[in-house]
Design a protein around this ligand. Structure first.
Ligand code: ADP
Ligand code: MG
Length: 582
């Protein structure tokens, strides 16, 4: 019932042991409570004065209070533990996703897995704070109570022990049924949302073709099916709660009946009978508690699974023993590409990149231009080490030559800003400081202001603590880019920056605003800036013109314009489009 992924969480063992200890304490206190209460009552029944029972009543209350205190302490501890650990897991995940690179995330299906893992982290938090103590309680408390009941009345103890596995089996069967239904429901939900979005997208066309009515019916049918699936899941869930309550109540009643008969026949005295009766509901309580949150376990467990599936993905060969001399890009560092080629799929004859030659020393802004499909992104991926060069490629960094930059010494010095930077579900602060988790708020605010986000921040209801991303405050495309830039402003130690069309999906005005922010960030760095918007090229120190996976021209802006070659051609080709200068 405890899945083994749980044990991968940092420091979980001592926590589980602590929880087990608390469960034992809990069980002893429950027994104490029942014992002292029964003692007091049976003494009064036997004719002693109420006053003489004050000690028992007092002890009962002490047990009761201690239980509450222990519970409160446990909750507090688990909350902070879960918060801390899930934060660590989130960081591990982001780091992993970062080092796996965009190629991994873009692969069919894995994007989903990553999203699920990152967004499901709050479910893991619930899993730790809610489910874990319930599981440990369920595995410990009933047995201690049963053991104590054995000392009081063997028949009752046997009844308890017989009912327990029946309930468990019942729970498992219903759980499976509910799960199957829930899966089906989820499928239905996906179908519904896809269907709905498709219809919305195609509304105009449908209207033109006069099909909108018929499609309306179709949407109705799909949503109706979804409603039915939801209801049947609910039915099972309610049925299982009912069945569980029914069984446990029935077995308590059976025990009460036996105890009553024994009392009438004088085979038993009041005190043990009373103790057993008080304890019987507590015997079942942990399992009922657990069953109520069974669904949360499913989600939390699934999320844990996908989190560790991502964390366990093997990173492409990291030749981290290479580039050991490289400690960061400086004004004298050198990078040279010699006959670099790269391919996404070895079975395709033509490589995505071929025969790249390029050399650079020190800081500088290098523009990468070319039409869509010319290999700009591929070049950026090779430079980021997210895609390996073919074996004959030579990439020289200072005095060391490698075939691939998939190397932590290189990657920890670079920033990658894609077209759609990932904003994960988390606070505004966490989204900015994840390269530098220990940054002070002052530093974060400074980066926020440099990235031009101050006015957005002042509008956020909870400032830096506001949750953004999916399910939280949504940001516009331009704002997301600014968050990505703020990350870069905050960590100025990374001197290599790779931009892959960071403004491609923004309108011209937003882009112009953003340009003001980006330009200062590029000073004193090695920057590769891929774009098909030519007005950036004026700002670049050097330009690589790509076509069909090759660098077909390179030089400064002035040189390329003077050359009357591919770049000129390219400018003319693009000018018909969106360019405002060139
Ligand atoms: P650009 O960024 O200039 O638009 P890309 O670098 O994305 O161009 O693409 C260069 C070539 O590589 C294209 O032929 C494209 O089809 C191919 N390509 C790009 N990404 C992948 C991928 N993930 N898998 C296979 N081929 C790809
Ligand atoms: Mg691209």
């Amino acid at each position: 019932m405890i899945d083994k992924n749980l044990f991968k969480i940092n420091k979980i063992r001592p926590v589980l042991i602590g929880l087990a200890g608390l469960a034992v304490l809990q069980a002893l206190l429950i027994i104490g409570q029942a014992y002292f209460l029964a003692k007091g009552i049976s003494n009064v029944w036997a004719g002693k004065t109420v006053k003489a029972q004050l000690t028992y009543v007092g002890l009962f209350f002490i047990c009761f209070m201690m239980r509450q205190v222990a519970n409160y302490g446990k909750d507090r501890f688990l909350d902070s533990y879960a918060y801390k650990e899930t934060k660590i897991i989130r960081q591990q995940l982001l780091k992993k996703v970062f080092s796996l690179g965009p190629n991994f995330v873009q692969k069919e299906g894995t994007g989903n897995m990553v999203t699920m893992a990152i967004e499901g982290i709050s479910q893991v938090e619930d899993y730790i704070t809610i489910i874990l103590p319930k599981i440990t309680n369920m595995m410990i408390v009933p047995w201690i109570i049963a053991a104590f009941v054995f000392t009081q009345d063997i028949k009752s103890a046997i009844t308890l022990l017989i009912v327990f596995p029946i309930i468990i089996i019942f729970m498992i069967v219903l759980g499976y049924a509910a799960r199957a239904k829930a899966d089906k429901q989820y499928e239905g939900f996906q179908r519904l949302s896809n269907h709905f979005i498709d219809s919305l997208r195609g509304l105009e066309t449908l209207n033109l073709l006069g099909l909108s009515k018929r499609y309306g019916k179709n949407v109705y049918q799909v949503s109706e099916n979804y409603r039915k699936a939801t209801m049947s899941t609910l039915k099972i869930a309610i049925l299982s709660t009912f069945a569980l309550d029914f069984f446990t109540t029935l077995s308590v009643a059976v025990i009460a009946l036996f105890l009553g008969l024994n009392l009438i026949e004088g085979q038993m005295s009041l005190f043990p009978a009373l103790t057993v009766l008080i304890l019987a509901p507590d015997f079942f309580l942990p399992i009922r508690d657990f069953a109520n949150d069974y669904h949360a376990t499913l989600n939390g467990g699934n999320t844990l699974k996908s989190i560790y599936a991502v964390l366990d993905v093997e990173e492409p060969i990291d030749n981290s023993d290479a580039l050991t001399q490289f400690t960061g890009w400086t004004s004298t560092s050198e990078l040279e590409l010699k006959d670099v080629a790269a391919s996404y799929d070895a079975s395709i004859e033509k490589d995505a990149l071929e025969g790249l030659n390029f050399k650079w020393q020190g800081y500088g802004k290098i523009g990468v231009v070319g039409l869509s499909g010319s290999g700009k992104s591929t070049l950026i991926k090779v430079l980021g080490g997210f895609l390996n060069g073919t074996p004959s490629s030579e990439i020289r960094v200072n005095d060391e030559t490698v075939t691939s930059l998939n190397n932590s010494n290189w990657q920890k010095n670079l920033f990658y800003v894609p077209q759609n930077p990932y904003i994960f579900h988390g606070s505004f602060r966490e989204n900015i400081n994840f390269y530098v988790p220990n940054a002070t708020d002052d530093a974060v605010l400074e980066a926020v202001s440099q990235a031009g986000l101050t006015s957005l921040l002042s509008e956020l209801p909870e400032g830096l603590d506001t949750i953004i991303g999916e399910g939280g405050q949504m940001l516009s495309g331009g704002q997301m880019q600014r968050v990505a830039l703020a990350r870069a402003f905050l960590d100025n130690s990374r001197k290599i920056m790779l931009f892959d069309e960071p403004t491609a999906h923004l309108d011209i005005e937003t882009e112009a605003d953003l340009k003001e922010t980006i330009l200062p960030l590029m000073e004193d760095k090695l920057v590769f800036f891929a774009t098909h918007r030519l007005h950036w090229m004026k700002e670049m120190d050097y330009i690589l013109v790509m076509k069909d996976g090759c660098i077909v021209e390179q030089g400064t802006y002035a040189e390329l314009l003077a050359q009357d070659g591919v770049y000129k051609e390219f400018v003319n080709e693009i000018r018909g489009g969106s360019e405002n200068n060139g």
